[in-house]
Ligand binder design. Structure first.
Ligand code: FE2
Length: 242
């Protein structure tokens, strides 16, 4: 399968930037950025990745617009998660996981309460469902999971794997592709995995770099070149720039 568009041609929008829906999206994005800038940057990257996949899968413009909004808002529910949990660098306790997992349902409540964003709300709710039915919050399976959420799931994992985290170095895009392939049919929809793998890793890396430049964040290699420090200190330095 070949890409039908340049993957850097990402954001589609829906009219003037000061339209009610776009203004609401900007406000929600600002709230997320104030709460956790790392999550906001993550949402920006995911939106571009998801649109590239949506176009490759042949989604019509209206569905691309819903995908764009749903993916951008996918973690908006984290604005209600405790700061101590969001910023915790180690593993979460059982109780903390219970709170963290509420973010998809909380985000659904936020999106579905705004008329122009209701169509995107199911993507927010289902972005942690697994193709084999073992995800949350409802344990949906296969095509019962909205396609936008199945796309979001793949790009969410890819971005997590390829981003610098306080507790580990990022994987290369090639290794992230291997990971996605290994979870096809369990975590991920094979159709979406095939589309993701149809785009060469180098093109995904170019898109990642262009978004990082646009957001004026340091490139991961700028951080990783700080070999004089321990890996933990270098990763922490990157996180503090968000
Ligand atoms: Fe999430």
């Amino acid at each position: 399968m070949k890409p039908t568009c340049h993957i850097a041609d990402a954001v589609i929008g829906d009219g003037p930037a000061d339209s009610p829906v776009e203004s609401t999206l900007s406000a929600l994005g600002a709230a997320l950025k104030a709460r956790d800038a790392g999550t906001h940057a993550h949402s920006q990257r995911l939106t571009s990745y998801a649109l590239a996949l949506g176009r490759l899968l042949g989604l019509p413009r209206t569905e691309l617009l819903t995908l764009e909004r749903g993916v951008f808002l996918h973690d908006i529910g984290k604005t209600y998660v405790s700061e101590g949990i969001l910023r915790k660098s180690g593993p979460l306790s059982r109780t903390e996981w219970v709170e963290m997992r509420l973010h998809s349902a909380i985000g659904y409540g936020i999106a579905s309460s705004i008329p122009g964003l209701r169509a995107a709300a199911p993507i927010v709710l289902a972005h942690h469902e697994w193709y084999d039915g073992t995800g949350y919050p409802r344990g949906l399976k296969g095509s019962d999971i909205p396609l936008g959420a199945r796309i979001c799931s793949v790009v969410d994992t890819v971005d997590a794997l390829t981003s610098v985290r306080p507790y580990r170095f990022p994987l290369s895009m090639v290794k992230a592709c291997d990971q996605v392939w290994s979870e096809s049919g369990t975590h991920f929809d094979p159709l979406v995995v095939d589309a993701f793998l149809a785009i060469p890793p180098a093109e995904w890396e170019q898109l990642q770099s262009s978004i990082t430049r646009k957001l004026r964040l340091p490139q991961p290699e700028q951080v990783l070149s700080v070999r004089g420090r321990s890996s933990r200190r270098a990763c922490t330095a990157f996180r503090r720039t968000f």
